[in-house]
Write a protein that binds this ligand. Structure first.
Ligand code: GRF
Length: 202
């Protein structure tokens, strides 16, 4: 199964997907393309190291967001991918893109949604002083971090946590669960009943 990964930053999730899936010939998963909206994203270096085709597509070069999304869509179609993963990608898609890839577009978010959506989930968690945080993997819909939840993993918030220490522990869980979700998807084990997502037994 060919997948596309969209990134904006460091790409530690991309790295784990490269290591656990792309470089494992038994996984049946190939990362066919990595697309970044930021030319300096370190994720691009990670992809290039293992010869995955990369593209930098910057919003400022397009007249509007629909044209920007259409460019990304064109690349995705060229590479014939079945699944698109957002891995730290910081742009919001317009409804036509989301509708086109409904249930083929998945995001990972560093909180237990619906708590703390948006770009500052870890800081917002610490400011609210919840005792539990975690990871959510969800399908993308037209809202911001509102799509049907595929799976969640809790992570305790410690008394002396700062943004970096909590995010680091959340990422340890991200790096386990994201490859697992891709394996479920590839094995056709993810079933969707409206907002309810069920993982069939392996
Ligand atoms: C992750 O924490 C993910 O949950 C969020 O952005 C971060 C990306 O990290 N959406 P990385 O670039 O994969 O290291």
């Amino acid at each position: 199964m060919k997948i596309a990964i969209l990134v904006s930053g460091s790409g530690s999730n991309l790295q784990t997907l490269i290591d656990q899936l792309h470089l494992d010939s038994n996984s049946g998963v190939e990362i066919a393309v990595v697309i970044s909206d930021r030319p300096k994203a370190y994720a691009l270096v990670r992809a290039k190291k293992v010869d995955i085709p990369t593209y930098v597509i910057q919003l400022k070069h397009f007249p509007d967001r629909n044209a920007f999304d259409a460019k990304i869509s064109g690349i995705i179609e060229t590479h014939e991918v079945e699944l698109i993963l957002l891995a730290g990608y910081m742009k919001i898609f317009q409804p036509p893109f989301v509708r086109r890839y409904r249930y083929q577009l998945i995001n990972i978010h560093p909180s237990l949604l619906p708590a703390f959506p948006g770009a500052h989930a870890v800081a917002d968690t610490l400011a609210y002083h919840t005792k539990i945080s975690g990871v959510t993997v969800h399908f993308v819909d037209e809202g911001v971090d509102t799509g049907p939840i595929i799976t969640q993993v809790p992570v305790p918030v410690l008394d002396d946590d700062n943004e970096s220490s909590l995010h680091q522990r959340i990422q340890i869980e991200e790096h386990k669960i994201y490859p697992q979700v891709v394996k479920w998807f590839a094995a056709n084990l993810i079933h969707i009943d409206n907002r309810r997502v069920i993982i069939k037994q392996e």
